[in-house]
Design a protein around this ligand. Sequence first.
Ligand SMILES: [Fe+2]
Length: 316
Amino acid sequence: MSERLRIAVLGDPHIGYPADDRWDDVVADINSLAPTAVFVVGDLTGYGPSTGTSAAIRHAGRKLDGLAVPWYSVIGNTDLQAPEFTTDEEAVGSFLTVARRDSPWFRVDLGPLSVVGLSGTSFRRNSETHHEIVFEAEQLDWFAAQLDELANRPVFVIAHAPPIGSGLLTMPELHAHLGNAVVSQNHNPGRVTKIIWNHPNVLVWFSGHNHLGHCYRNAISVALGVHFVHAGAATETRDGLRHSRVVDIYPDRFEVLTFDHAVRRLDESLTYSEPTSLAGLLAWRTEMKGRLYLARDPETMRQGPPLEAIHEPGIA
Ligand SMILES: [Fe+2]
């Protein structure tokens, strides 16, 4: 089948400020792929004293504006960290000015699917670690309401980090130490998972956050019919691999490709092919919902009988 929808997903850009010439080539690389839209998992600015500052985010936005098609970025942890902001609302507002949106979260309808973006919105008010990517209640309510409204329509999610239970194993020591490997890690992370499991139309969840390439086992995982896809970083990486994701959606299947910015071409050895249509995956997820092998309570991942039954007097 020849009809194809192509999107690109960029992992953490970390675009240097005041200069980062590598991004001109990255933008040219993505333009050469001719996607319909580009999605970014957040963390727009490079490292150092300018990280997350309004000037650095504006600079990153100008680089991304070189893309030939619209780009949509969620907010990552480092986008909110600059000391120039005294409140999280100020930091979020500064980011949204560059992103040209009113809201940290977004929905984009593209042909056969909708793409939903979810952002971290708190930094200073996080209690355990400022760098946790927290999905606060208002956003989660919006997310669930969108999924209800989009029932029977495939949904891809863009977020900075994966949810708990995704099966993605590319978690570096840094995030284990900080306690920010998964979204809302210290704030009931199971609530995010529960929304996903209760809405079969969530088919693919993209995240970045760890700056590793795509060649590792479980850089893509499938858990309960949901594809969890890690997106690498184009320039600032922990392993030297400069990868971006490209997704081709056909009427009968989809493919997740890897663009290698070091050699400026697709690396076909890293192509993942899903031989089922989005409609087929949605039907399968719908059928799976509530069946055996699902945890009885996705919020706690518990699979056995209720704890009260186990602790009943008389049961050893
Ligand atoms: Fe990052």
